[in-house]
Design a protein around this ligand. Structure first.
Ligand code: ZN
Length: 157
C-alpha cells in the first residue's frame, strides 16, 4: 500500500467515528450527513479492522444503532468476508461469538454467495454509496443493495 493509499484509508478509529457519526445523523434526521459519512467510508475504508476488539465494538454499535436497511452495515459484512482467513486472529471463536448475530447471519449468506457464484457474478462490482438521487443511482453501473426485511438479509441486483 502506498503512502497516499494509506493516508486515504480509513483506519479503525476513523471507521468507528463514521459509524457513530452515521448513527448520530440518523437519530437527528440529517440524511445529508449520513450520506456524506457513509460515502466517505465507502471510498476510504481499507476493508478490515486492525483490531478484532474494535471490529466487535464497532460492528455491535453499528448494528444496534443504524437501521438494518442501510448499505453501510452490509459493507462491513462484505469486507469482513472478503478479508477473512482462518489463519487470521479475527477467526477465533471468541471474536466470532462477539460479533452481532445479524452480522454473522449476513456473513453466512455472503460466504454462501461467494461459494456458489460464477467468476462473472463475482466480478460484478457492488456499490456501497448512498446515492442522493435516482438519476445519480441510475448513472452508477454497479449493483445496488435491496434489503429484505422479512429475512433481514441484503441482496445486490
Ligand atoms: Zn451506485
Amino acid at each position: 500500500m502506498s503512502l497516499i493509499e494509506e493516508a486515504l484509508s480509513a483506519g479503525d478509529e476513523q471507521a468507528d467515528a463514521c459509524i457513530k457519526g452515521y448513527a448520530f445523523g440518523d437519530r437527528f434526521c440529517a440524511p445529508g450527513f449520513c450520506h456524506a459519512t457513509s460515502n466517505f467510508l465507502a471510498g476510504t475504508f481499507k476493508g478490515y479492522f486492525d483490531s478484532s476488539d474494535q471490529l466487535c465494538l464497532s460492528t455491535s454499535y453499528a448494528f444496534d444503532n443504524i437501521p438494518s436497511d442501510r448499505v453501510i452495515l452490509q459493507s462491513f459484512v462484505d469486507d469482513y468476508c472478503l478479508w477473512w482467513s482462518d489463519a487470521d486472529h479475527d477467526c477465533s471463536l471468541d471474536v466470532q461469538e462477539r460479533l452481532p448475530s445479524a452480522f454473522r447471519r449476513r456473513a453466512m449468506k455472503r460466504f454462501q454467495e461467494l461459494n456458489t457464484m460464477s467468476a462473472e457474478e463475482k466480478g460484478k462490482k457492488r456499490c456501497y454509496m448512498e446515492h442522493v438521487s435516482d438519476v445519480e443511482k441510475e448513472d452508477c453501473q454497479a449493483l445496488h443493495m435491496r434489503y429484505d426485511e422479512k429475512k433481514d438479509l441484503a441482496y445486490f441486483e
